[in-house]
Design a protein around this ligand. Structure first.
Ligand SMILES: C[S@@+](CC[C@H](N)C(=O)[O-])C[C@H]1O[C@@H](n2cnc3c(N)ncnc32)[C@H](O)[C@@H]1O
Length: 215
């Protein structure tokens, strides 16, 4: 799966560019702005930061927020650091290795006010979604929020046809991956004291879920 993203990506020095990360960052920001006060000093953990493009973008929009980046793929660390170095407030921390399926996550700044995850559920095996909620809940403050973004199945149905095709192409490459059903995610979240607070329809048939740790 990583190979596919690399093929679609561009490289400028250490900075890798995923076109999709630039396309969707503004829509995700609009959701985050409904919940996060930019005047507050808060801590956000990003799981699967990818190239680091989005962490740098959100850090400029929330200059008082400290963003802890993370990746399972160590080859992306240099790109994340390169984008972070350009952020005026220097509020993006160097990446740490997090494999969503393995825990507990060892993070010196935990607990966090927020966790962000963009486009990981469908490109990783199901145990990554399970681990994301299990280990994420352990490092999130009570009342803390999780923002997740990506294409989803809902009640066993994928719409529109372009997402059906997308799901099929992902599963052809790796049968362990594919669009996750929101209801399965809700069940796992609930087992870890997290509920779905709000669901947003975003452009290109993607969803942004806002989750809350209630327990
Ligand atoms: C489609 S990319 C999205 C990257 C970035 N969030 C973005 O939107 O540009 C999927 C990301 O999930 C990460 N990933 C895959 N398996 C993972 C795992 N087990 N734990 C954490 N991240 C994982 C990959 O390394 C990759 O960066």
């Amino acid at each position: 799966m990583l190979t596919i993203f690399r093929r679609l990506s561009g490289k400028m020095g250490s900075k890798i560019n995923y076109p999709s990360a630039d396309r969707n960052k503004t829509f995700i920001l609009e959701v985050m702005q409904k919940y996060i006060n930019p005047a507050e000093s808060v801590k956000l953990l990003e799981v699967s930061s990818g190239t680091g493009q989005q962490a740098a973008f959100f850090a400029t929009k929330f200059p008082k927020m400290t963003i802890q980046t993370s990746e399972v793929d160590l080859e992306l660390f240099e790109s994340i650091k390169a984008y972070a170095s350009e952020v005026p407030n220097k509020n993006v921390k160097d990446p740490v290795k997090i494999d969503a399926s393995q825990g507990p996550w060892s993070l010196v700044d935990a607990p966090y006010d927020y966790i962000l995850n963009v486009n990981m559920f469908h490109v990783s095996p199901w145990n990554c979604s399970v681990g994301f909620f299990k280990y994420g809940s352990q490092v999130l403050k009570p009342g803390g929020l999780i923002f997740t973004y990506g294409a989803l199945m809902i009640d066993g149905v994928i719409t529109p046809q372009s997402n059906v095709d997308f799901d099929r192409s992902i599963r052809q490459r790796d049968p362990n991956c594919g669009l996750r059903d929101l209801r399965d995610l809700e069940k796992v979240a609930k087992e870890n004291g997290i509920v779905l607070k709000q669901l947003y329809d975003l452009p290109a048939n993607n969803k942004c879920c806002v989750w809350e740790k209630t327990a």
